[in-house]
Design a protein around this ligand. Structure first.
Ligand code: DX5
Ligand code: ZN
Length: 215
């Protein structure tokens, strides 16, 4: 069954109690937590104090997606905050293999993300070592963007790479996921769907998570 990771970026921050209440009640597998630094991406989101605060109430593991330069410097901080998964962008990591090691040494699962313009060939040398390969299906920085359908072929090739190597990495897709694109992604071999607007703006987010999980 698919895993679903609602993306906090689309939450109504004026009513966090309400958002956390339905999230805990839902079948969501993760809370996807997008950190943006205004440098790697043209936007700034939220960071560690927010995570420390909501971590006390959220009963789902945190899937932290770092859209920041020098992400390796945050391994200890995120580990201490209790993150289960730390995902860095390949484009931000000149020493990617070392960064993956550092994430594991800090006791977290390691994810590597690639932007739409980045080939999955950059994952070949780390695919056996990572727990998650994140294919961005929009250019990172904002919620509510349109799914880039040419990414489906990239996901298909990544599935082949992982299966051929008998690697254990999950494939996660992030950006423009709804019931329609989620269905196609599932058929293409995705393991985890990140969904921001589709879930947080739904009339019934709990039902939407259920529907995405059961595509
Ligand atoms: C975009 C973020 C996504 C974003 C997805 O850079 O990484 O996680 O919240 O939002 P939707 O699902 O609305 O496209
Ligand atoms: Zn994300």
């Amino acid at each position: 069954m698919l895993q679903v990771a609602p993306s906090l970026l689309s939450a109504d921050f004026a009513h966090m109690d309400k958002e956390i209440e339905w999230l805990n009640r839902s079948e969501a597998d993760w809370l996807h937590f997008d950190v943006m630094d205004g440098s790697f991406v043209p936007n700034i989101s939220f960071g560690f104090p927010v995570m420390a605060s909501i971590k006390k109430e959220v009963e789902k593991p945190f899937d932290v997606h770092l859209m920041v330069v020098h992400p390796e410097q945050w391994c200890e901080t995120l580990s201490k905050l209790g993150a289960r998964m730390m995902t860095v962008h390949q484009e931000a990591c000149p020493n990617l293999h070392r960064t993956v090691q550092q994430i594991h040494e800090a006791g977290m699962m390691a994810g590597v993300a690639v932007n739409p313009g980045t080939s999955i060939s950059v994952l070949e040398e780390v695919i056996d070592d990572i727990d998650l390969a994140l294919v961005m299906t929009v250019n990172p920085g904002f919620g509510g963007q349109k799914f880039i359908s040419s990414m489906l072929d990239k996901v298909r090739r990544l599935r082949q790479m992982i299966d051929a190597r008998h690697a254990h990495a999950w494939i996660e897709c992030d950006g423009g996921v709804n019931l329609e694109t989620g269905r196609v992604l599932k058929d293409t071999g995705v393991d985890i769907l990140v969904a921001g607007n589709t879930v947080f703006r739904a009339d019934d987010p709990v039902k939407m998570v259920h529907e995405l999980k059961n595509l």
